[in-house]
Design a protein around this ligand. Structure first.
Ligand code: WT7
Length: 643
């Protein structure tokens, strides 16, 4: 293994950073390690406004953690109200640009006003703490407004990414038992309207529990409304009041549920609660993004994923930041849209994904080079391992060698960042998330749970609870225990493989379970398989992630067909479309391969590992002793050679 390059921060960066030098980092880390409760208690006290204090920081009955239980706070109050008595009152909270080019700069005061008005609408329609709302919206300010209005009243929200289909939306509404849906007519992407309301209409046909669907008018296109169920946001706003105080909620009150793919066909609702989550995302805004009052901060994720929850909405607003939101595609109207945005708003921090970086690299350096990117001072990456070549480009072409890059490892379940360099403290190595946040004790273990040695690959686990951690899977405590806490009893199992180098740096290698990572979005092989077998022509399906230059992995499907006459070309197209319809366009398979049989173990389990090898290397190595019919594999590999 060649020694990777090391990039220490510049002296200038260190001097101005919240956490300065390795000593600064190690001081924090050691304090947290020795006495996590005092450590987190002090941060919570300093960074968050509490209506009532806790008596105990942590109650830990593995796998159930309660942080600051008994204490009372409100997330909407922390993100808005408390800033209004400070100079942040007229600071821009959300700086939004629509794809067609409109701009909105909502100050903390204005955002507060809009949130209070919408919360008053929800309250007047009878929604209250503990109720569940599904939010299905484009990237417009009303999306965080809806989230913050929910949290103001203790309504548990679940944002469903606008790219999900009606089927996926319906499954989430039903699983959550939501009584309210907040949506929009549509949004803009690549110059076209992407309608949302038709998917809501289709989903709600089988969701009798939903009382109201509130629709924000974004595009103004023709939108049929169902009497007695659908309500226009702007019409409700006519009766809104500006008197709707934030409700004091228990620190362990559920804040949101976010669905993510697990290893089965059924997505799981990851539950996050209030006080610990807010403490974690607020602390990491300072540690990892080195957030300063004067920053203009842009996280390019969609709010429909956890990155957007924690690092567009809750972390930045609790920290009093200016958080930039952009509605549309990076290549619209041309490939310099992002660089234009950075130049125009003088953005200082950019947080994005390796997939986006690779897609932009492909378009050529002339696009970023045509713009003044000198306002940038810090760059971030999230969602998947970043390959060193993409890292170097990001550093050289975007950061001009001046900006530290923070490669942040975390998951929907972890709520916030767990492994990342503090930019003024920890030297970066391209491809490594480097060192854990204070209070986080990761370890790498083998199948039996024993710690592996330096540079050895193993399973990444977390030895101790942390404030932003998952509190459960909605409606399924058994799955929660089984999936995360049984491999190494008492420790959290991440599902990732990793190794640790001689400097103690973590290198996350990817998933060890049947979860794919496509463009930094998690997708389960089983979810795609169950979508495929719902198609009348399909007998069996096995799905694996195939290495892909831009998206990291691409969805590759092996399909056996029921008896009949099919045009493979035609059916291949149809099945790709089918999956997009069943799950969402982002899940559309790159490739459908028809085969006579699938490789299985004697007990009938499909050996995805072999298929993964076929799509990766064209050949099969390793253990095939449990394989039922080896000829199947040989044939599949041969097919590949012919192509
Ligand atoms: C999985 C979590 C965290 C928000 C976005 C994805 C992979 C994430 C990194 C990184 C290597 C990473 C892991 C993880 N992942 N960030 N910096 N380096 N891998 O959230 O959909 O819950 O996916 O994404 O495999 O387990 P998610």
């Amino acid at each position: 293994m060649s020694t990777p390059s090391v990039y220490p921060p510049s002296e200038d960066f260190v001097r101005k950073a919240h956490v300065q030098g390795m000593k600064g980092y190690l001081d924090l880390y050691r304090r947290a390690e020795q006495d996590p409760e005092t450590f987190w208690g002090e941060i919570a006290e300093r960074e968050i406004h509490w209506f009532e204090k806790w008596s105990k920081v942590l109650e830990w009955n593995p796998p159930f953690a309660r942080w600051f239980a008994g204490a009372k706070l409100n997330v909407s109050y922390n993100c808005l109200d408390r800033h209004l008595t400070t100079p942040r009152k007229n600071k821009v909270a959300i700086l939004w640009e629509g794809e067609p080019g409109e701009q909105r700069a909502l100050t903390y005061q204005e955002l507060h006003r809009l949130v209070v008005r919408f919360a008053s609408v929800l309250q007047s329609r009878g929604y209250k703490a503990g109720d569940r709302a599904i939010i299905y919206m484009p990237m417009i300010p009303e999306l965080p407004i809806a989230m913050l209005a929910c949290t103001r009243l203790g309504i548990i929200h679940s944002v469903v990414f606008g790219g999900f289909s009606a089927e996926a939306l319906k499954a989430r509404i039903q699983d959550l038992g939501a009584t309210l849906v907040i949506t929009a007519d549509g949004g803009f992407r690549r110059g076209k309207e992407i309608k949302l309301k038709p998917a809501v209409d289709a989903a709600l046909e089988e969701c009798p529990g939903v009382r109201d669907a509130i629709v924000y008018r974004r595009t103004g296109s023709d939108t049929p409304m169902k009497q007695g169920r659908d309500l226009w946001w702007h019409e409700l706003d006519e009766h809104a009041t500006e008197d709707c105080p934030a409700v004091p909620l228990d620190s362990e009150h559920p804040l949101f549920v976010l669905y993510t793919s697990g290893t089965t066909g059924k997505p799981k609702g990851i539950l996050h609660t209030t006080g610990g989550y807010l403490t974690h995302v607020t602390a990491t805004m300072q540690w990892v993004f080195d957030l300063k009052e004067e920053d203009t901060y842009w996280c390019s994720a969609d709010i429909g994923w956890v990155t957007g929850h924690s690092y567009i909405v809750y972390g930045p607003l609790a920290g009093g930041a200016t958080s930039v939101m952009y509605e549309g595609a990076p290549d619209y109207p041309q490939f310099d849209r992002w660089w234009r945005i950075i130049e125009k708003y003088r953005i200082s921090i950019l947080y994005t994904s390796p997939t986006a970086i690779r897609a932009l690299i492909r378009q050529g350096d002339q696009w970023p080079n045509a713009h003044d990117l000198s306002s940038l001072r810090l760059l971030g990456s999230v969602g998947e391992p970043i390959n060193p070549a993409a890292w170097e480009w990001y550093n050289r072409v975007i950061g001009k060698g001046r900006c530290p890059i923070v490669d942040t490892w975390w998951q929907t379940e972890t709520g916030g960042i767990l492994i990342a360099p503090m930019p003024g403290a920890v030297p970066a190595k391209p491809g490594s998330g480097t060192l854990p946040m204070p209070g986080i004790i990761p370890d790498i273990v083998d199948l039996k749970g024993f710690e592996v040695g330096t540079d050895q690959e193993g399973f990444l686990i977390l030895r101790r609870p942390w404030p932003g951690m998952i509190r459960g899977i909605w409606g399924d405590p058994e799955r929660f225990r089984e999936q995360y806490w049984t491999r190494v009893p008492g420790s959290y199992f991440t599902g990732d493989a990793a190794r640790r180098d001689a400097d103690g740096y973590f290198w996350v290698l990817g998933r060890v379970d049947d979860v794919m990572n496509v463009s930094g979005h998690r997708l389960s092989t089983m979810e795609v398989e169950s979508a495929l077998v719902r198609h009348p022509a399909v007998a069996e399906a096995a799905v694996v992630g195939k290495p892909h230059e831009i998206t990291g992995q691409a969805v590759c499907c092996f399909v056996t067909l029921k008896k009949g006459d099919y045009s493979h070309e035609q059916l291949g197209k149809e099945l790709r479309q089918w999956v997009a319809h069943e799950i969402g366009a982002f899940a559309r398979p790159e490739e459908i391969r028809f085969t006579d049989a699938l490789p299985k173990t004697r007990s009938g389990k499909i050996m995805r590992r072999l298929l993964r090898e076929i799509v990766t290397n064209n050949s099969v190595t390793g253990d095939v002793t449990t394989l039922e019919d080896l000829s199947v594999v040989t044939k599949l590999a041969a097919q590949q050679d012919e192509e």
